[in-house]
Design a protein around this ligand. Structure first.
Ligand SMILES: [Zn+2]
Length: 385
């Protein structure tokens, strides 16, 4: 690159010329083809640059879902620890039109029993259902028999599925012999077969966004998140690579065609809907859940609308982290044609969202019908037709 003393009559004094294909040097931007210039006032940091949009276009806030919803990816956590907590959870769900929350908090044994007893003893007994947790640590001889016994006991108590199987499965959990527990480890096969026999959907979170495995630099879409949360960095080679985890996951799904799997977070392929479509095409036992990837759905409204219509039988609504004020962003993306509106979490996405305007029959499948079909243990009466 060459620094130009007074290019183009002094207009771009101090500008830097670059070669075709070269990036502008740090602190400068391309003001004309291959001409880079630094701003003359100090730039705000990426944290502080929050320009007000001047776009004027119809806006529709959607505080309540158009149809009653099942949140397949609930983390009520301590709200299920007391009657007051449960009442406040239900008040929030009422205001959002979420009829059932599925608690994916990996409960088992006494903790599950206590939560079920609490919910059953209130007028809200049909507002919450629990998934059972499977303890995947220390897999080795005898593990599967114990895990299946515990799972059967948890189903008797009231568990309606399994999950959320955490991202630690594949990333970091080790076997009794100290090696990494691979997602398609054959020692686990009897448990996945038991899930099919017991008609339990298996809700599984595998890996994390692909960018979490990439270098943390100015080209990484998730730079800010990686900088804020050190436990989301998997650049270190002691972690398996993203594609290795995806391959193990897909082999698991294929190996157990009678087991119903629900891939959380759209399998981390919401940024590549073609890839997710191929996965769903080749594995009819897999559904996928939309929690915490709204930033990818809402930045490609045309492709996402097409995808949600094409795969309308394979998508479940779920929110993940329980923040009642965040659900309306989902309703707005799914239900409206609104353009260029703010997302709720700056560190996920520095861009805006667009509505994908789903037809009512698709919304009903996404919000409740697909979850009901997949989960015999949910309350099945009183839903809209
Ligand atoms: Zn979760």
């Amino acid at each position: 690159m060459i620094v130009v003393a007074a290019a183009q009559g002094g207009r771009f004094a101090g500008a830097t010329q670059i070669q075709p294909g070269e990036d502008c040097p740090p602190g400068t931007t391309e003001v004309r083809p291959r001409t880079c210039q630094a701003p003359s006032t100090p730039p705000p940091s990426i944290l502080d640059y929050r320009p007000d949009s001047t776009l004027v276009t119809p806006a529709h806030k959607v505080p309540r879902a158009k149809f009653p919803a099942i949140d397949f990816h609930g983390h009520p956590q301590r709200l299920l620890g007391s009657a007051d907590g449960l009442a406040s959870l239900v008040a929030s769900l009422d205001s959002l039109n979420v009829r059932v929350m599925i608690a994916a908090d990996n409960m088992s044994g006494d903790r599950l029993q206590n939560a079920v007893t609490l919910v059953q003893g209130t007028p809200y007994k049909d507002r919450v259902r629990m998934l059972a947790g499977i303890d995947l640590r220390g897999v080795g001889p005898g593990w599967a028999e114990r895990a299946i016994k515990q799972l059967e006991a948890d189903v008797k108590v009231g568990a309606v599925g399994v999950g959320e199987i955490s991202k630690g499965f594949g990333l970091s959990i080790t076997k009794a012999d100290g090696t990494r527990l691979k997602i398609d480890d054959p020692d686990l096969d009897p448990v996945w077969d038991a899930c099919a026999r017991l008609k339990l959907p298996v809700f599984i979170h595998t890996a994390d966004p692909q960018e979490f495995f990439e270098p943390i630099d100015a080209k990484n879409e998730r730079w800010l998140e990686l900088s804020l949360f050190s436990d989301r960095r998997y650049q270190d080679q002691r972690f398996p690579r993203f594609e290795e985890l995806m391959a193990e996951r897909d082999r698991l799904f294929k190996k157990h065609p009678r087991t119903q799997f629900v891939a959380a977070h759209m399998g981390w392929h919401a940024n590549d809907l073609g890839r997710l479509g191929k996965l769903l095409d080749s594995m009819p036992n897999v559904s996928t859940e939309v929690g915490a990837v709204l930033y990818d759905i809402g930045r490609q409204p045309r492709a996402a609308r097409e995808f949600f219509i094409k795969y309308q039988d394979r998508l479940l609504f779920g929110k993940d982290s329980f923040q009642p004020e965040e659900y309306p962003y989902y309703w707005r993306v799914f239900e409206t044609k609104d353009e260029y509106f703010n997302y709720y979490r700056g560190y996920h996405a520095f861009w805006k969202l667009y509505g994908i305007d789903l037809p009512d029959p698709v919304l009903k499948k996404l919000y409740f019908q697909n979850a009901l079909k997949l989960t015999p243990g949910l309350p099945h009466d009183g839903w809209p037709r």
